[in-house]
Structure formats: structure tokens, C-alpha cells
Design a binder for this molecule. Structure first.
Ligand code: FES
Length: 175
């Protein structure tokens, strides 16, 4: 397998004048999250989750702000968030359709389901439809292998899927 090499050092970070990590958020994180961890570094994942919940995704500016807040380098924060698929570095669509590609779901036909969603929405995994309504993602085990093949649409798990069930779940999402 070839390594994918990107010019990360030359990446421009889009910035807005005001901070995402406001003083109020910092205060809340200090009292609600940091007190539960032995080091500031150990709180990186919950803080990233909180910020993603606040903003909907994790723009570069917020990764830098988190790094400064926790006393880490930006590179350490970026390394972490790019390792986990649940973190999004670009804005997501209104609905996030996540299809499990791990072994049980693989054996039960995830690939065909994913390809049908790709065709229906005219996007590839990792992409968002032009109208901003749907983002498709393939990800690792959802922890419900008994019900393979599985998908998670926003917060709702859908199991024992076939195309009919998955398409119905997508079509029933409100506008
Ligand atoms: S392998 Fe798909 S839910 Fe575990």
C-alpha cells in the first residue's frame, strides 16, 4: 500500500476573528472535564468531542485553540483527530450516514450497501451532497455486530440491513 503524502506544513488555516474556544467554554471544561483526568493531555478526546458538538466539525483554528488550551502542539491534536473517524475536519451534511465496513458487516454485504448509497446520493464516502443534506462515511465496527450489516444515521442505529431498509431510512429523513 502506498503512503499518502500531504503538504501538511504548508496548509493554510482558515481563521475567524473571534475564538471558538471562548472563556466560558474554557471555564466549563476546567470544572467539568479537566478535573476528571490526571493530566491536561488526557482530556484531549473529550474536549475535541465537546468542540465538535458545539460547532458541528473541527476547523483548523479550533484545533490550534485546543492545543494551546491543553498545552499540546497543534501537530499532536491533528494527529489525534485524524486517527479517529468520528472527528470531522470539514463541515458535515445535515444528516450523517455511517456504514460499518468491519469484518462482520463486510461479510454481510456492507460494500453493496455503501455502493448503492453512493449511487443514490452521487457522492463517495467522505463526501457531502451538493445540497448539504447528506454526508456518507464508512467506518469501523459500531459495536453491534450481531445485527450486521449495520449503519448509523445520525444518532440512530439501523441493523440487519438490506438495501430496501437502508433506502427507506434515508428517504424518511425530513428535509
Ligand atoms: S462489524 Fe459492523 S457492527 Fe461490528
Amino acid at each position: 500500500m502506498a503512503w499518502i503524502v500531504k503538504d501538511s506544513a504548508g496548509t493554510e488555516v482558515d481563521r475567524r476573528p473571534e475564538a471558538y474556544l471562548t472563556d466560558a467554554l474554557k471555564k466549563r471544561f476546567e470544572t467539568d472535564i479537566l478535573v476528571r483526568y490526571p493530566t491536561r493531555r488526557a482530556a484531549l478526546l473529550p474536549i475535541c468531542h465537546e468542540m465538535q458538538h458545539e460547532i458541528g466539525y473541527l476547523p483548523g483554528q479550533v484545533l490550534e485553540e485546543i492545543a494551546e488550551f491543553l498545552g499540546l502542539s497543534s501537530a499532536e491534536v491533528i494527529d489525534t483527530v485524524t486517527f479517529y473517524e468520528e472527528f470531522h475536519l470539514k463541515p458535515k451534511g445535515k444528516y450523517l450516514i455511517q456504514i460499518c465496513r468491519s469484518i462482520a458487516c463486510h461479510l454481510c454485504g456492507y460494500k453493496e450497501l455503501s455502493e448503492k448509497v453512493q449511487k443514490k446520493l452521487d457522492i463517495l464516502p467522505g463526501e457531502t451532497t451538493e445540497d448539504g443534506k447528506y454526508t456518507l462515511q464508512e467506518l469501523e465496527c459500531l459495536g453491534a455486530c450481531d445485527f450486521a450489516p449495520m449503519a448509523l444515521i445520525d444518532e440512530k442505529l439501523h441493523g440487519h440491513l438490506d438495501w430496501e431498509k437502508l433506502e427507506k431510512a434515508i428517504d424518511e429523513l425530513p428535509d
